[in-house]
Design a protein around this ligand. Structure first.
Ligand code: BGC
Length: 529
């Protein structure tokens, strides 16, 4: 095979045309609507969240955000001042690899120990609180039976933890607290999508009805009319005609995508072969690895190294991380210096990547992998907007921006501007939000504000633009121009605290439980998809 043919081949294989995107979008709408009636590749889980925080919640809360490569812990005092906090502190740290493959008690003991340390470090020891209220963001598929209870369907994102599937994560967490002599109230068990939506609603956007996560894993949720969720019957009278639905889109299989041999290998060598096809094509856990596999293929074909002696890291999982891929995509220097630096660090400084042409190809591979991911997510989001009749302006019009919103939409999210617990704030500090993908220039366009969280969105500027291009190719330029990704400081962890606040206040004032499912623990047929 000639060099030119090899180059063209991987690009062509990863490319998704506008027609393919439209097919994927329509297939997604079909699966979404099926999932509201019966089992589909999208789990479409009613979350029991029928009322989202509106910025008027107050009180002192901790939150645990567990569900990816990072454990996030948060402490906040929600202010009596609307949409504001009196105190706020957050800690993030990478979850050790050994914790991804252990018994569930080990990881939950680790989480509780981290929370104790964190609370002591910020002088808010949870051992000394007369009442400890914790919001729990748990970002794995859970069949919810109440806002604070559910059943773990399965682990995703490479977690292989024993003793938890089929159990209630809140019970498991409470047991870990009990082992430490602590008795917290845990009023909310929420997925990260739901928490992200709730945090944004608290801080700013009452016009936000969708949340999307692009991190280690990927998923979205949205506000659905109860009457459309025909597979589910409420046990209590819901308080509003709506409910947040956790789509759990990892299992969606976009038939229009031709899988590469490298996709098949990645799946076969993953912790859960056959499971989560959409997540494996798009999620941060997998993108760097797919780029690595393609570098191996192209490197062999083009003689970057002897065919049977590739650099060791190129043959190993984690030899090329997603953050390496992101750094290469962001390298806009004419001689691709940054790309060279990363290649030297990962693969050694003697390789073919000392040549600019090879570096260009490495970068091209990284761009193509990122682009396919962003376009797939764009097609799915387009499907969601179509379902919500927000794919205006030629269909139903998307709702215009709310000019009277009392808070500026474009807030600086520099850490130094974020509230911190160091000092208590008299009268509260407005919770910062940022438009990570502001509407494109060029006059009034209908806005579709999506709450967003996850490292890929946060750290991958180019990805956000690729996403917008994908929406343009699926739904048209005008819809794409009005797309806004909004990020709230504290992300899902902050949102979990807000949901906990709303649920706790309701139970306190009404003296009764929140709406729950009529079929708690209902078994679900979960396909391997
Ligand atoms: C999980 C979802 C989660 C998403 C993003 C997926 O693997 O199944 O529950 O929302 O990752 O964290």
């Amino acid at each position: 095979m000639t060099v030119a043919v090899a180059r063209a081949r991987y690009k062509d294989e990863l490319h998704l045309s506008p027609e393919q995107l439209k097919d994927i979008c329509h297939a997604f709408v079909g699966e979404l609507r099926n999932g509201l009636r019966e089992d589909s590749s999208l789990l479409m889980i009613p979350t029991m969240v029928d009322l989202l925080p509106d910025g008027h919640q107050s009180g002192e809360y901790f939150a645990i955000d567990f569900g990816g490569t990072t454990l996030r812990l948060l402490y906040t005092q929600l202010s009596a001042e609307p949409k504001s906090v009196d105190a706020y502190e957050v800690q993030q740290e990478a979850i050790p690899d050994r914790m991804r493959d252990c018994h569930v008690d080990a990881i939950f003991d680790y989480i509780v120990a981290q929370l104790i340390d964190f609370s002591e470090r910020i002088s808010q020891s949870i051992r000394e609180k007369s009442q400890l209220v914790v919001g729990f963001c748990f970002s794995f598929p859970v069949e919810q039976s109440a806002i604070n209870a559910g059943t773990l369907i399965r682990w995703t994102k490479g977690y292989k933890i024993t003793g938890a599937e089929g159990q209630n994560p809140v019970d498991i967490l409470k047991q870990a607290f009990t082992r430490q002599g602590l008795k917290p109230i845990i009023p909310a068990l929420v997925n990260d999508t739901v928490a992200t939506l709730a945090g944004t609603r608290y801080a700013d956007g009452q016009d936000t009805n969708v949340a999307v996560i692009m991190g280690t894993g990927t998923n979205a949720c949205y506000v659905e009319q109860l009457g459309h969720i025909s597979k589910w019957l409420p046990k209590f009278l819901p308080r509003t005609p709506d409910m947040v639905v956790n789509i759990e889109w990892a299992g969606f299989r976009p038939q229009a995508v031709r899988l590469l041999p490298e996709d098949e290998e990645l799946d076969a060598q993953s912790q859960d072969p056959g499971s989560g096809p959409f997540e494996k094509l798009t999620g941060g856990l997998y993108l760097g690895d797919l780029a690595r596999r393609l570098m191996l293929r192209v490197g062999r074909e083009e003689g970057w190294f002897p065919k049977d002696q590739p650099p060791q890291p190129l043959t190993e999982y984690k030899g090329w991380a997603t953050r390496d891929m992101v750094a290469c995509v962001h390298d806009e220097s004419s001689d691709l210096q940054q790309t060279q630096k990363i290649l030297n660090e990962r693969l050694g400084s003697m390789g073919a990547w000392q040549q600019l042409d090879v570096r260009r190809q490495v970068r091209d591979i990284c761009v193509s992998v990122a682009k396919r991911s962003a376009r797939l997510v764009a097609a799915a989001l387009s499907g969601l907007l179509l379902h919500l009749e927000r794919a205006g302006p030629r269909g139903q019009p998307a709702r215009p921006s709310n000019e009277d919103d009392e808070h500026p939409r474009h807030t600086n999210l520099n850490p130094q501007d974020a509230p911190s617990t160091g000092a208590l704030h008299e009268g509260g500090v407005p919770m910062p939000t940022q438009e990570m993908l502001p509407p494109a220039e060029g006059g009034e366009v209908p806005r579709n504000v999506l709450a967003a969280d996850g490292r890929l969105f946060e750290q991958f500027r180019a990805y956000r633009e690729l996403l917008r291009d994908g929406i343009a190719d699926t739904l048209g330029e005008e819809v794409a121009a009005g797309l806004v990704l909004k990020v709230t400081e504290g992300g899902a962890a902050f949102g979990a605290a807000c949901v906990a606040a709303a649920a706790h206040a309701y139970v306190q004032t009404m003296g009764r439980d929140l709406p729950s499912s009529r079929t708690p623990g209902r078994s679900r047929t979960v396909s391997k998809e």
